[in-house]
Design a protein around this ligand. Structure first.
Ligand SMILES: O=C(O)CCC(=O)C(=O)O
Ligand SMILES: [Fe+2]
Length: 433
């Protein structure tokens, strides 16, 4: 066993001796893929934290069982069969992203361990991590601030953020029943971000709440957060109505235009927790992306780290007490064509008049950082309603850029394209030159 190596990402990696074969591990249902996953966890654990303690590895594997919500039939597997599975698994590149995800769940569950290096599934290519910000750039961009004095502001946001922190800082056992990556699950907890493609994982834990197919149901919120989230979503609904009027007017439309097309009737939430990161120069909290929504309203705490991409520069979005960050999504860009571009292709409606904004969150050595993003989409009743460019925004000088689409098609495109790539291009209209 001592000489065993596996080939992974063009490198031969030693598989350290795992002790005698009397070390037994509990497996799940005996199904091959589960055996292979378990072996991978073990392998990563051994490799990353030397000298690895197999006792801990066993614990990790058990917790992973919880995370997968599979029934555990207490079948025991020998270490050899786990390692054999590992070899098969690593040879099959199709599984690599799952393997990373699974490892993330495992790492995050070991909060008590002193992390001095981040596991490699979190390491991003240098261009993702470049820290250039407004401070180092020649042109100094500032995020515009609109004073909503007199309007019920976000004063209560601190309470909501405290609730999110409280949720994430519970013992793992208390959160385990929410672990899921099932797109159909309305309320779920996952680690490492939405890894839709083979991207690296991000340094973030998320509780995602998504009732796009119906009304928000507070009964399904985690109990520890229920009251705060219910209040928060009501608050967001109120603010979104005001914003919808202001954006309509900014587009030169009557103030009830956006509410009349019902493009912001549903909310989805991401309650984010960015743990302290021991190697912030190697990873990110959230990779560069545009949101697929129509509009996103974000509340962040005072840790900083959020940046928007503007004219090839990363510009800090400094925390401001009581402030809400408002992002235009891709779906709005579609409708307004030239105005914006933020929520994943919701921008279609504005024909680029409002452009969705590329943004990201840096990983930091200080923290944790907490944020809650509230994404607005058309409601379930309008899932198949065609949304196209607002006719009033078209002229000879501003021809149609995007064809009409509906939310179902749009989100399907988003899921298949990957989280960090704008979804808008397939909806572009090709015109004769
Ligand atoms: O945490 C943040 O500040 C941003 C999060 C974000 O961009 C998202 O959840 O889409
Ligand atoms: Fe975002």
């Amino acid at each position: 066993m001592d000489d065993l190596q596996v080939r992974h990402q063009n490198q031969w990696i030693d598989v350290p001796s795992a002790g005698s074969s009397s070390n037994k591990y509990r497996g799940l249902n005996g199904r091959r893929y589960v055996i292979v996953y378990a072996a991978t966890v073990l392998f990563e654990f051994v490799k990353w934290r030397q000298p690895a303690c197999l006792g801990q590895a066993r614990k990790v594997e058990f917790k992973y069982c919880l995370a997968m919500k599979q029934s555990i039939d207490h079948m025991t597997l020998s270490l050899e069969s786990l390692l054999e599975g590992l070899l098969l698994f690593l040879n099959d590149s199709e599984h690599q992203s799952n393997y990373s995800l699974m490892f993330i769940e495992m790492i995050m569950e070991n909060e008590s361990m002193d992390l001095i290096r981040i596991p490699r599934c979190f390491v991003h290519p240098p261009e993702n991590v470049l820290k250039s910000s407004s401070k180092s750039s020649k042109i100094s961009h500032k995020v515009p601030i609109i004073d909503f004095e007199g309007f019920e502001s976000c004063r209560r946001s601190e309470v909501h953020l405290a609730g999110v922190k409280r949720f994430h800082e519970q013992p793992q056992e208390a959160k385990a029943e929410l672990y899921s990556r099932d797109p159909k699950q309305k309320v779920k907890l996952f680690y490492g971000g939405v890894v839709l493609t083979k991207e690296s994982a991000v340094w973030r834990d998320t509780v995602a709440i998504n009732f796009q197919d119906g009304e928000l149901d507070p009964e399904l919120y985690p109990e520890i957060l229920r009251e705060e989230l219910s209040e928060y979503t009501k608050h967001m609904t109120k603010i979104s109505k005001t914003l919808s009027e202001l954006i309509s007017e900014a587009l030169g439309l009557r103030c009830d235009y956006l509410s009349s097309i019902e493009c912001m009737d549903t909310q989805a939430l991401a309650c984010n927790y960015y743990p302290v990161c021991p190697e912030p120069d190697l990873t990110v909290g959230t990779t560069k992306h545009t949101d697929p929504s129509f509009l996103t309203i974000l509340v962040q705490d005072n840790m900083g780290g959020l940046q928007v991409h503007r004219q090839n520069q990363w510009v800090d979005v400094p925390p401001l007490q009581g402030a809400l960050v408002v992002n235009i999504g891709d779906f709005m860009q579609l409708e307004f064509q030239n105005l914006c571009r933020t929520l994943s292709d919701a921008t279609l409606i504005t024909n680029d008049k409002f452009r969705s904004v590329e943004h990201r969150v840096l990983a930091q050595e200080v923290g944790p950082r907490i944020s809650v993003a509230c994404f607005f989409f058309p409601g379930a009743a309008n899932k198949f309603k065609p949304y196209g460019v607002i006719k009033e925004l078209l002229s000879d000088d501003t021809p149609m850029i995007y064809r009409a689409t509906h939310l179902a098609e749009f989100m399907g495109q988003y899921m298949s394209t990957g989280s960090s790539i704008s979804v808008l291009s397939p909806f572009k209209v090709t015109r004769p030159c």
